[in-house]
Design a binder for this molecule. Structure first.
Ligand code: ADP
Ligand code: MG
Length: 724
């Protein structure tokens, strides 16, 4: 089949209708999750109580109770035709890991029975020695183990009971994303509660909430399969821009193509059955780009759900003849995909901490958390950027609606004015709800709700959007836990320091509100001067201004990772109990190694494709032209009628030679880089290789413009990017 057959096949692909269960969504929502309702139905009273104490109070489950819980789960699972069980975890790779075990065991009478007990539920030892661990597990102590995270409910995928687990080494080091995230969520709660108590003594726990927005591309599977680069690296390594792409803004929020709508519907149903509250779906800015978002939830659970959704997307897409691209920049010249992490804090009394309160007390609490978040982002801006940095996200940052590689915070006009005002007025000035009292001089007012979010700044990586901050720099294929762990830990540290500052003011005999405001004022001054920026993040002036303000402007990804082991980061992470220094060092090794491998694979693919896809196509066309020229000479005795052919031949020769030399140089650079022994050094060398991709790509894209369309072997952007 040639390219034209594939294009035709993709164009003619029929809509496969979505399979939607009968009844309302609320009737099948969560049916494949062992949630509270199922716990009540399938567990005996004792197991239920113990499990709830474990989920809510963090109490350990003893073996006997675990057996009771497992019994109930088994009964429920088998009613759904489950035959296998797996500990489902999130190693430091992309995606999740699972190793399925059948439920069967010998029954002692020559047959088998289905078994599932507390031991299988609580802990397993997958021989998972091949996962990246940054040297924490030398092979002689290779076994890590997985342990159930009861705060994330067990769920059923196909015929398998999936148990969300943490993955740690025998010596207790985290080998996954979930463990540090859970530590960070505990840290932020522990640090926030004493501050909340200043405003509401009844608070005992603070929750961290996450609402992710998942952007993605869809491409037709036939065309995808013809692009080795997409198949192997998840992005196109070359391809000339389509004449029309997103200039007309006609895709954004446009009507969803029927094939895509059917895919989305199936995805929603699958998500809803798994208790994932998928809410929003729409076309994104780039052609073939889409987004989905759930209702936000507790961060650990929301992150698990995002991992499940990414997995579901991949499977369900195939039913509709699509492949999902979760890469941050699958196509050059159009928008990349991010995963905005909407993040907020709230108390166990139902009070949101990043939204205005009901009265002056509530407003002061809001401003307290608001300002401390900004302070944490300011202090650890470089680290936060490192937390979202990856080989793939590097292509997205800084262009086409993606935030730049500088972490600043957008407040909007209202909150900026409030902060300025607070610096001017006496510390006992109440912060009123706008409109409740008549205007008077010296009054500090904030709106009860931020109705108008239209002045949202798309170029800001960390934007306040009324009741939450939106961390927009997170990459579309990333595990949100990377960013969420760092953010929550940084905020926890800041809250601990802030509480100490308030205590000092209180010790000086000040009233609570005054003590809080006096502790806040120097922080407000500092964040307004440094981290807060409402302007256009794309401009050259901002880069210079940001550097002048002391914000990190590093764009080299391997260098960014160094932030994790700098003294301020180590102090923050160890003080909050989120990472040990050993874990941080190990993780950096993994990050550099992953970076190297990603670029290495891409580099192999681009070089091989250049040599055995692109150059042969160009030479085939060249041969055709040469034949025409020779024929012309034979017929007319001169080359006068061949000026076009000769010019094209010149171009082809020039580009082919350019490609050949650059491909060769890249191969040599790889050889040299591979000889560098230390991970960091090798990653730096590979960063240089990554920087040289555009130079190799340019002549290839030029050739695509020149070579006879019929001879071009690979689906072009214009064919990949427009689902009908
Ligand atoms: P937009 O694209 O305008 O930012 P979306 O509706 O696509 O808005 O996504 C907004 C996301 O923010 C949703 O996932 C939503 O659940 C989440 N969200 C809303 N309020 C909060 C909050 N207080 N804390 C965390 N996430 C929130
Ligand atoms: Mg959105």
């Amino acid at each position: 089949m040639d390219r034209f057959d594939l294009v035709k096949e993709s164009f003619e692909r029929k809509v496969v209708p979505a399979e939607v269960p009968a009844g309302k969504t609320s009737e099948y929502f969560g049916e494949l999750v062992f949630d509270r309702k199922k716990m009540c139905k399938y567990l005996d009273a004792e197991s239920l109580q113990a499990l709830l104490a474990c989920i809510e109070g963090g109490k350990a489950l003893d073996r006997k109770t675990a057996d009771g819980v497992a019994r109930g789960m088994k009964e429920w699972a088998m009613e759904h035709g489950v035959t296998h069980v797996t500990h489902w975890f999130q190693p430091l790779t992309e995606g999740t890991a699972e190793k399925h075990d059948s439920l069967i065991d010998y029954d002692g009478k020559g047959g088998v029975i289905e078994t599932f007990d507390g031991k299988m539920l609580a802990q397993q030892e997958p021989d998972a020695s091949s996962f990246p661990s940054g040297g924490i597990r030398a092979t002689f102590e290779a076994r890590g183990y997985t342990a159930w995270d009861p705060t994330s409910p067990v769920f059923i995928l196909d015929d398998t009971l999936c148990i969300p687990t943490i993955f740690i080494s025998y010596t207790g080091e985290a080998l996954d994303y979930k463990t540090p995230l859970k530590r960070a969520l505990k840290a932020v709660s522990d640090a926030a509660v004493p501050i909340c108590k200043l405003f509401d003594p009844g608070v005992t726990k603070v929750y961290s909430y996450l609402g992710w927005e998942q952007e993605y591309f869809l491409v037709d599977e036939a065309l995808y399969a013809a692009r080795t680069d997409l198949m192997i690296t998840g992005r196109t390594l070359f391809g000339h821009n389509s004449s029309k792409n997103q200039q007309l803004d006609d895709h954004y929020f446009g009507s969803i193509p029927p094939r895509v709508a059917a895919f989305m519907r199936d995805l929603e149903v699958a998500g809803h059955r798994l208790g994932i509250p998928i809410k929003t779906r729409h076309n994104e800015v780039a052609p073939n780009q889409f987004e989905l978002a759930p209702i936000y939830g507790e961060a650990n659970l929301a992150n698990d759900q995002n991992q499940i959704v990414m997995n579901l997307m991949n499977r369900i897409a195939r039913k509709h003849g699509f492949v999902v691209l979760l890469h941050e920049k699958p196509f050059d010249g159009v928008n990349g995909s991010g995963k905005h992490n909407n993040w907020s804090l709230g108390t166990d009394r139902g009070t949101p901490l990043l939204a205005p309160g009901k009265d002056a007390n509530g407003n002061l609490q809001f401003v307290t958390f608001f300002v401390n978040v900004l302070a944490a982002v300011q202090k650890h801006n470089a680290l936060l950027k490192a937390s979202i940095a990856s080989a793939t996200n590097a292509h997205r940052l800084g262009a086409n609606e993606a935030p730049p590689a500088i972490v600043s915070a957008f407040l909007g006009r209202t909150m900026t004015e409030v902060l300025h005002k607070l610096l001017e007025v006496p510390s006992d000035t109440p912060i009123e709800i706008a409109g409740k009292k008549g205007k008077s001089l010296g009054l500090v007012e904030i709106p009860e709700i931020f109705v108008d979010n239209t002045d949202r700044n798309r170029t800001s990586p960390f934007a306040f959007t009324g009741n939450r901050f939106e961390f927009r720099a997170v990459g579309s294929c990333a595990n949100c836990a990377g960013a969420m762990t760092t953010l929550n830990a940084a905020v926890a540290e800041q809250l601990i320091d802030f509480k100490a500052a308030v205590d000092k003011e209180l010790a000086a005999g000040k009233k609570t509100a005054v003590a809080v405001m006096d502790a806040l004022k120097p922080i407000i001054k500092s964040v307004l001067d440094v981290v807060c920026f409402d302007g256009n993040g794309y401009t050259e002036e901002w880069k210079q201004e940001a550097a002048r303000r002391g914000l990190d402007v590093e764009t080299n990804v391997p260098k960014m990772f160094c932030e994790f082991t700098k003294p301020a980061s180590v102090e923050m992470f160890t003080k909050t109990g989120v990472y040990t220094e050993k874990e941080l060092e190990a993780r950096n090794e993994v990050k550099w190694e992953t970076y190297v491998k990603k670029v290495q694979i891409e580099s192999r693919v681009i070089v091989r494709m250049a040599i055995n896809h692109i150059i042969p196509a160009a030479l085939e066309y060249k041969a055709k032209l040469l034949k025409e020229v020779a024929l012309s000479k034979e017929v007319y005795g001169n080359l006068e009628g061949c000026s076009t052919e000769l010019l094209i031949l010149d171009d082809i020769n020039k580009y082919v030679e350019d490609i050949r030399l650059k491909a060769l140089a890249m191969k040599e650079a790889r050889k040299a880089a591979n000889n560098i022994a230390d991970d960091y050094g090798r990653a730096l060398a590979y960063h240089d290789i990554a920087e040289s991709f555009p130079a190799l790509r340019r002549p290839i894209d030029k050739l695509e413009e020149v070579v006879d369309n019929r001879m071009w072997p690979l689906p072009k952007y214009r064919e990949l990017l427009f689902i009908n």
